[in-house]
Design a protein. Structure first.
Length: 454
C-alpha cells in the first residue's frame, strides 16, 4: 500500500490535534503556586507524559528540576545508525492577566474568526502538539527516520532555570545531533521563518523603603519622603526622553544586519494607538533584536479604588531587562543592580533581588540542518523561501544546550507569529500555521535523516 503524502496525513490529523490542544490548554499551568495551584502544572505534565507513551516513547519520565518544576522527557529510538534529534517545547504558560479582557475564557480553547484562542495555544502547548503531528505523519509515511528525544519544560515562562540546571547535572540526557526548539514563530503568518538570534534576559525585584509606616498626606506630605514617588523617579532613570534604555554602563548602540522590520508593520503588529510614537532610536529591528530593552513588568502600589490619602512608606517593582546577543546577561544583571542601588532618590533604602536570568543566543545558520529545514519549509509553504529573523524574547535553555553540546545544530521554529499575541490577552494560534509547521517539521526530519546518509 502506498503511503499517504505527509501534507495529507497532517491535514487528516488536525481535528484530533484541536481536541488534544483543547485538553492541554485547559490546565492552568502557570509555574507559580502564588497564581495557580501546583496541581495544574502536575496535571499538564502527566498529560504530556501520557501522550508520549501513547506514541511509543520509552524512558518517559517526569524530571524533578531544582526550581521545583517538572520537565517531561521521552525517547523514541530510530533506525540503527540514524541521527538523534531533540524536540523541545514547554507546557507552562504565562498568567492570563486580566481575565475580564479575554473575549473567551483563557483556559478554554475557543475557535473564532479562523483562529484557536486560549492561553498557551501558540506559546507553547501548540508547539508540543506540532511535534506530535510531525511524528504521527512520519509514522504513517513509513516510520520516523531518526531517533527522537522530546523534552517539555515546566517553568520556561518563569525564567527560574530548573531545566537548565537539571541538564547541566545530567549532560547525557539531552545530547543530540540536532535540536529543534519549537518555541518561536514565523515573522508573520504564511512566511516560513527560522529564528537566528534571541535576546537574553534578567529579572530583578527592587524594593524601596523611606518610612517606618504610611503617613497622612495632609499632615506629613511635602516633607515626608514618599517611597512610591521615589520608585517612580528611580524607574524613570532607566529610559531617556525618547524611551531608549539607559542602564549605567550598558552598551545600547548595536545595529541589526539581517531581515528588516518595517515600522508600519511593527505598529500594526504591536497595535500601537494612532498618534502614539514608538520609543527608542535606530530601526525597529535594531531596537527589538539587537539592543537592550528594559520594561517595568510589575509594581506594588495601592489601587485607585479604595486608595487613602497617605504617604507610602515602601514600594516594590519588578524590572525585566532584555539582553542582546554579544552581551553577557550576568554582566547586565550587575549593571542593572548597581543602577537601581545608586539612583534611588532621597537616600531611600534599596533592596534588589534577582529572580531570573538567561543568556542571549545566536544560531549558526550555515549548518546542514538549516539547509534541510529550508527545503522542508519550501515544500510546506509553496512559493515561499525560508527567512531568518531575530526574536526579542528569551529562551535561556538555548545557551545551556549550546554549551553542553557544541557540535549540535540548533534550530528555532514555532507558532508565535504576530497575530498570536503571546503573553497578552486573547492569545491564539492559526490552525493553518500549526498544520504547515507540522508538515515542515516532518519533512525536515526526513530530509535531515537522508542528509546524514549521504
Amino acid at each position: 500500500m502506498t503511503a499517504r503524502p505527509i501534507p495529507e496525513t497532517v491535514a487528516s490529523l488536525m481535528p484530533r490535534a484541536r481536541a488534544e490542544l483543547a485538553e492541554l490548554v485547559a490546565f492552568q499551568s502557570v509555574a507559580d503556586p502564588a497564581v495557580f495551584p501546583r496541581s495544574e502544572c502536575e496535571g499538564a505534565a502527566n498529560w504530556v507524559a501520557d501522550a508520549l507513551r501513547a506514541e511509543g516513547f520509552s524512558d518517559v519520565a517526569l524530571l524533578d528540576t531544582p526550581d521545583g518544576s517538572q520537565s517531561v522527557y521521552g525517547f523514541l529510538p530510530g533506525p540503527a545508525g540514524s541521527p538523534t534529534v531533540l524536540l523541545y517545547a514547554h507546557y507552562d504558560v504565562q498568567p492570563p492577566l486580566d481575565e475580564a479582557a479575554w473575549v473567551s475564557p483563557p483556559f478554554q480553547l475557543t475557535e473564532r474568526d479562523g483562529r484557536w484562542y486560549g492561553r498557551g495555544t501558540a506559546d507553547c502547548k501548540g508547539g508540543f502538539i506540532m511535534h506530535l503531528l510531525a511524528l504521527r505523519a512520519l509514522r504513517a509515511d513509513g516510520g520516523v527516520p531518526v531517533s527522537v528525544k522530546v523534552i517539555a519544560e515546566g517553568s520556561e515562562e518563569q525564567g527560574t532555570g530548573g531545566l537548565e540546571r537539571y541538564a547541566e547535572a545530567h549532560p547525557e540526557l539531552l545530547a543530540a545531533d540536532t535540536i529543534v526548539i519549537g518555541d518561536t514563530g514565523n515573522f508573520r503568518a504564511g512566511l516560513p521563518t527560522v529564528t537566528s538570534t534571541l535576546r537574553g534576559m534578567t529579572m530583578l525585584r527592587v524594593r524601596l523603603e523611606t518610612l517606618e509606616g504610611n503617613l497622612h498626606s495632609g499632615q506629613f506630605g511635602g516633607a515626608a519622603p514618599d517611597a512610591l514617588a521615589a520608585m517612580i523617579q528611580l524607574l524613570a532613570t532607566l529610559r531617556s526622553e525618547d524611551g531608549t534604555t539607559t542602564v549605567d554602563g550598558l552598551t545600547g548602540d548595536t545595529d541589526w544586519d539581517g531581515m528588516p522590520y518595517p515600522e508600519a508593520e511593527f505598529r500594526q503588529d504591536a497595535k500601537v494607538l494612532d498618534g502614539v510614537e514608538l520609543i527608542g532610536a535606530g530601526t525597529v529591528a535594531d531596537r527589538i533584536w539587537a539592543r537592550p530593552a528594559v520594561t517595568v513588568v510589575g509594581i506594588d502600589c495601592p489601587p485607585v479604588v479604595g486608595a487613602t490619602p497617605s504617604v507610602q512608606a515602601s514600594a516594590r517593582a519588578q524590572v525585566s531587562l532584555r539582553v542582546p546577543p554579544g552581551q553577557d546577561a550576568a554582566t547586565a544583571t550587575k549593571l542593572l543592580t548597581a543602577h537601581l542601588e545608586t539612583r534611588a532618590p532621597w537616600g531611600a533604602r534599596v533592596e534588589v533581588e534577582q529572580v531570573g536570568q538567561g543568556q542571549p543566543f545566536r544560531a549558526d545558520t550555515t549548518s546542514p540542518a538549516y539547509a534541510a529545514m529550508a527545503d522542508a519549509m519550501r515544500e510546506a509553504y509553496p512559493g515561499q523561501e525560508m527567512q531568518s529573523s531575530g526574536m526579542g524574547g528569551s529562551i535561556p535553555l538555548c545557551n545551556t544546550l549550546a554549551g553542553l553540546y557544541p557540535e549540535a545544530e540548533i534550530l528555532l521554529i514555532g507558532l508565535s507569529e504576530p497575530e498570536a499575541q503571546i503573553h497578552a490577552v486573547n492569545e491564539s494560534v492559526s490552525p493553518e500555521e500549526l498544520e504547515r509547521m507540522s508538515v515542515a517539521e516532518a519533512l525536515f526530519l526526513r530530509n535531515y535523516a537522508e542528509s546524514k546518509k549521504a
